[in-house]
Design a protein around this ligand. Structure first.
Ligand SMILES: Nc1ncnc2c1ncn2[C@@H]1O[C@H](COP(=O)(O)OP(=O)(O)OP(=O)(O)O)[C@@H](O)[C@H]1O
Ligand SMILES: [Mg+2]
Length: 379
């Protein structure tokens, strides 16, 4: 850390909405946030004066960016592990480190490791041919879920296939794949935890995430009607994964709730869409928590500020003029909180989110839905 009179400097590689929202927390904490952006008009570069333009795949750009940072962290998972190792060897505090981050970058490595530490996972295998998929289906049944080992997001890179013919179509893409047994889940949950280099860990309440067409549309905190034992188990699983993998910063663990128990879906090691509700809905937002964790500061309280919190993602519609509908939404519900990411509106693109807080789940959910439906406009 710098001397007390000098603000700590955190470098975040990537300048999407996660970096943009991290800046809000950095301002209050007195942290100087620096971002490595591809372009000056990205979501975070628009609002952060300390924007460095460069390529996260270029080691020299990363080195120059890291110079003077007390900690370097990420708003996405795409920085090559080899580059992160070089930075760490040169003394940069990269958080999370390459050995942890690989589990959020590579779904096969993630499954291997989670199996080894006893976290509940679906049956899975690496597959590189139709016959391998057929063999997997012979043991686990159809449908089979094929997943790109690297680079998937918002459901892109996930294919549910019912037959060898459908699997062949996916294999044509030529990407490295794993097969997973299809999990007949009742709903999807997520647990967000933070872990500092000191080893302090905290868990936010377990949330329910609702997806449509592979995209998260709504997050409900806490997950409605989740019994206390399942909630405690979900938090234990997430904290164990964070400790076993040596995660520093945030870890989001996506899970399936099934009739026979919890199953881990995947991991993210950065602020996560399932934690946006914490900006207003928790004493410490996930963005503040991430900054505290990567700077190895004491972590903040994850306690909720209201009994029920619902976050709804704002996806772009055909009419880009969201601000023409702004006034109605603000007037209709003085308690609603809006977040815009400064991104160009395109149909289906995540361009913002809204958060509603309250006591009655149906009411809070209806308020969040009303706001995003209005802002999105006619479809
Ligand atoms: N084994 C499975 N069984 C049933 N459904 C699954 C399985 N794996 C994934 N899914 C469904 O596909 C969605 C996307 O999968 P996953 O989270 O692995 O993909 P992603 O594109 O990397 O994620 P994200 O959207 O979080 O970036 C899940 O949220 C879930 O609805
Ligand atoms: Mg996912």
């Amino acid at each position: 850390m710098n001397s007390p009179n000098v603000a700590p400097v955190v470098g975040m590689v990537g300048a999407g909405q996660l970096a943009r929202m991290t800046q809000q927390a950095a301002i209050a904490l007195g942290v100087e946030l620096r971002v490595l952006a591809n372009a000056p008009d990205e979501s975070a570069s628009r609002v952060i004066t300390q924007t460095v333009l460069g390529d996260y795949r270029d080691l020299d750009d990363l080195r120059a960016f890291a110079d003077g940072c007390d900690a370097v962290t990420f708003d996405h998972e795409h920085v090559p592990g080899g580059h992160i190792r070089v930075l760490a060897e040169a003394g940069v505090a990269v958080r999370p480190g390459a050995d942890a981050l690989i589990h959020a970058q590579d779904k096969a490595v993630m499954r291997e490791r989670l199996g080894a530490i006893g976290a509940p996972c679906p049956a899975w295998a690496r597959v590189d041919s139709v016959s391998a998929v057929e063999e997997f289906a012979g043991e686990n049944g159809w449908p089979v879920v094929l997943k790109a080992v690297r680079g998937g997001y918002d459901g892109r890179g996930v294919w549910v296939v019912e037959s060898a013919g459908e699997a062949a179509q996916v294999l044509k893409n030529g990407v490295e794949l794993i097969a997973e047994a299809f999990v007949p889940f009742e709903r999807e949950l997520a647990v967000l935890v933070a872990r500092s280099p000191h080893g302090q860990g905290v868990s936010y309440p377990v949330v329910e995430t609702v997806q449509e067409d592979g995209i998260c549309v709504e997050v409900i905190a806490p997950a409605p009607d989740l019994d206390a034992e399942d909630a405690a188990q979900a938090q234990r699983i997430a904290l164990t994964i964070a400790a076993e993998l040596g995660v520093t910063g945030l870890l989001a663990v996506e899970m399936f709730q099934t009739k026979t128990g919890l199953v881990v879906n995947e991991l993210a090691m950065r602020p996560h869409n399932s934690g946006h509700w914490t900006i207003e809905g928790a004493r410490t937002s996930q963005f503040e928590q991430h900054l505290r964790a990567v700077l190895d500061l004491p972590l903040g309280s994850p306690a909720m500020t209201a009994p029920v919190v619902v976050m709804a993602n704002l996806l772009g519609g055909p009419d880009p003029d969201i601000f023409s509908r702004y006034e109605h939404v603000l007037a209709h519900d003085p308690g609603i909180k809006l977040h815009f990411y400064g991104k160009e509106v395109r149909p289906g693109r995540k361009i913002g989110h809204v958060t509603a807080l309250g006591t009655d789940l149906d009411d809070v959910r209806a308020r969040a839905r009303h706001a995003v439906t209005c802002l999105r406009g006619p479809v």
